[in-house]
Design a protein around this ligand. Structure first.
Ligand SMILES: NC(=O)c1ccc[n+]([C@@H]2O[C@H](COP(=O)([O-])OP(=O)(O)OC[C@H]3O[C@@H](n4cnc5c(N)ncnc54)[C@H](OP(=O)(O)O)[C@@H]3O)[C@@H](O)[C@H]2O)c1
Length: 438
């Protein structure tokens, strides 16, 4: 770096957890960032809602814009960093304005990229403007870089992992303490590991957004967030975790994607669902709010990326790495392949795929119920490997029946459950957890 190297001038919209983290990182690591970027990275202007709020970092030295889209119009800004959030609204307006004005855009916004990523990438390509979003998936883990660059010479067979730290914190805490879902969620909220409105996390939507982004980059396909089949963790009870433990498994919320060759052409399977993970599998050891992604390449073999999926420091680290890439002029197509060349794959129908499954029923404590369930399994052509009936719950009235199936087509389990639909022996909907293959 020479002393005269022109700085990369950035504007930051959003000064919350991540925005303040980025300012802190650029202050703390200014010299090494400049050395690695080949020039200083200099914050010029910022915007948020409340100018007077104490953010733990000094923002008085930067220009302030009340209207954050004004950041995109400033002549003294090369790159806009969008750290506001929300799939639409002001974040999207700012992002469009920045890219169509030829400025770079760095964002941590998974909701916006999962929904509008292709449209933004088209604007970026048309205006030769860099668009980067490492922090949008798995916080501090360089998994976008890993897939875009590290495995770029591979055909990936499968990408899967633990993509939501809140769910992983809840499930691994339930496992450690034996507490039930609602209590652990309340504790997670009190400790700041879960949002006041946790629906996006616990219902699997957040993991689905990240999975859609990973699948697009990993398989060279157009982002299809609407095509992600999502189920969350709200139905998992402490008794399921204990039962899984007795069988040698933990329960984790897993996002998985692959491309299936069918006679009609390739199909994209993307789904997020709680799974039983055998204790020998690397994902079983991922605890607390950690994220982990496994990518299987045809030459690289299995790669595991693991680390903090959120938090100011890790997320700021990913944002700053994107800025360093832009400062170095190491950019390329946002999704690795120009948007026009991304494949538009229809969603796969996984009914014929085989897996082993854990099934749990809460049933009335009366004779004949077990026979009714096993008859439905027989009629659905589901082969039972082991069956466990738990003793009476305190207070009586309801007992738990759990089973593990032999490997068989998913549609057989679906058929058996259909046969039980409406049965007055069941006190709640059955829980179906696939067993993740090793
Ligand atoms: N937190 C994480 O660990 C994490 C990890 C990965 C990705 N992300 C993503 O990073 C982004 C930011 O997350 P965060 O946790 O930093 O959020 P946050 O703490 O809620 O901060 C959001 C910031 O945006 C500002 N803002 C909101 N609406 C605005 C508006 N209409 N106009 C101007 N400013 C507005 C807020 O201003 P005020 O402060 O003045 O209210 C605040 O500074 C989101 O896309 C999120 O998904 C976060």
């Amino acid at each position: 770096m020479t002393d005269t190297a022109a700085p990369l001038r950035i504007a930051i919209a959003g000064l919350g957890t991540v925005g303040a983290g980025v300012i802190r990182l650029l202050d703390t690591n200014a010299a090494l960032v400049a050395a690695r970027a080949g020039r200083p990275i200099e914050v010029v202007a910022v915007s948020a809602r409340d100018r007077g709020k104490d953010r733990g970092v000094d923002i008085a030295r930067f220009a302030w814009e009340d209207d954050m889209t004004a950041l995109a119009r400033r002549g003294d800004v090369d790159v806009v960093v969008e750290l506001v959030g929300g799939s639409d609204g002001p974040a999207l307006a700012l992002s469009r304005a920045a890219l169509s004005g030829g400025k770079g855009l760095v964002t941590a916004n998974k909701a916006m990229i999962a929904t509008h990523g292709l449209a933004l990438a088209e604007i970026a390509e048309d205006h030769n403007a860099p668009l980067k979003f490492e922090a949008a998936v798995a916080g501090g883990i360089p998994v976008i870089k890993g897939l875009r660059e590290g495995t770029s010479a591979n055909a990936l067979t499968r990408v899967y992992g633990i993509l939501n730290g809140t769910c992983n914190y809840i499930l691994s805490t339930m496992e450690r303490t034996g507490a039930d879902f609602a209590d652990v969620l309340a504790d997670a909220q009190a400790r700041g590991f879960a949002e006041a409105d946790p629906a996006f996390d616990i219902e699997g939507v957040d993991a689905g957004q990240k999975l859609a982004i990973l699948a697009a980059i990993g398989f060279g396909t157009r982002i299809d967030f609407a095509g992600v089949r999502v189920s969350g963790i709200t139905q998992v009870r402490a008794a399921d975790i204990a039962q899984a433990d007795a069988l040698g498994y933990v329960i984790r919320l897993i996002g998985e994607a692959d491309v299936e060759d069918t006679p009609e052409g390739p199909r994209l399977l993307q789904r997020v669902r709680p799974c039983l993970v055998a204790r020998g599998h690397p994902l079983s050891a991922v605890e607390g709010p950690t994220n982990a992604v496994v990518a299987e390449g045809n030459f690289s073999g299995r790669l595991l990326f693991q680390g903090a999926g959120a938090g100011d420091g890790p997320t700021a680290s990913a944002v700053a790495a994107d800025l360093i890439d832009i400062a170095r002029d190491e950019v390329g197509a946002p999704f690795s392949i120009p948007v026009a060349h991304l494949a538009a794959l229809p969603p796969a129908e996984p009914g014929h795929r085989t897996e082993r499954t854990y099934l749990r029923f809460m049933v009335k404590d009366r004779p004949g119920v077990l026979a009714e369930i096993t008859a439905a399994m027989r009629d659905g052509d589901v082969s039972i490997e082991s069956l466990i009936q738990r003793g009476r719950a305190e207070g009586g009235g309801e007992v738990m029946v759990a089973m593990v199936t032999h490997e068989g087509p998913e549609q057989c389990v679906a058929k058996a459950l259909e046969l039980l639909e409406g049965s007055d022996s069941l006190t709640s909907a059955p829980l179906v957890l696939p067993i993740l293959p090793l």
